[in-house]
Design a protein around this ligand. Sequence first.
Ligand SMILES: Nc1ncnc2c1ncn2[C@@H]1O[C@H](COP(=O)(O)OP(=O)(O)OP(=O)(O)O)[C@@H](O)[C@H]1O
Length: 254
Amino acid sequence: MMELDGVTHTYDTAPVVEDLSLSVESGEVVAIIGPSGVGKTTLLRILALFIEPQTGTIRFGDTDVWGCSDGERLALRRRIGMVFQEASLFDATVGRNVEYGLKVRRSWRDRLSDGLSEVLRSNGTPETVEEALGVVGLGEQLDQHAKSLSGGEAQRVSFARALAYDPDVLLLDEPTSDLDPRNTAVIEEAVAEARNRGIGVVIATHDMHQAERVADRVAVLLDREITEVGPTDTVFESPADERTAKFIDGELVY
Ligand SMILES: Nc1ncnc2c1ncn2[C@@H]1O[C@H](COP(=O)(O)OP(=O)(O)OP(=O)(O)O)[C@@H](O)[C@H]1O
């Protein structure tokens, strides 16, 4: 569904990532693993169409995303959801926070008709909002204020916000790095649910165990390049690349 081919990106002088090729299909989870500072966030920002890389192509379906019009690219961007390492919620209820995601991701035409249906609706909360909160186990907290949530709950609300508008691709940047095991398990179950819904999920994590638990395929990012990409079992149990093997065995120290 989404494919990077030969992508290189430089912020200042030296490339951060070089000649990267990676794809994600509907209904699969791809984990990007690699040491801190290697470029995982940069890769996700490229996939989110926030950054235009200097070289290479990015396709979303059949569309070359940097070769199309700004309007087309904006429409594609609306089909991509992103959850960051730290939840950033608005000063509003849980329900409103999730609903906000729905609004900003829709075209002005849809938003106009949303406005109309909001007037006609009696209970003010779209079903998709309640449903997405149910996936992260917060279905009962719709009216709770975001300020009173724990860090783990806030991150679960961020996830629900991204899930509610039913993206085709969901990008997760270290979504559980600050969370306890219980909240981590809820997010990992929500990742599985996103996959079941046919969403293509890309998760950057430095937790190899998490990659083993959630991913169908794993891409290893080392020294600016993807040294290995393949089915999770193959990458962890019999990696073809020597650097990957050393990284997985903990012999490569960064
Ligand atoms: N906007 C920017 N301008 C200049 N350099 C940047 C910018 N963003 C990131 N970098 C640099 O690019 C490199 C890769 O950063 P990136 O955040 O993509 O890595 P990461 O693998 O996500 O790291 P971490 O796991 O610690 O979050 C780092 O050396 C970082 O300092």
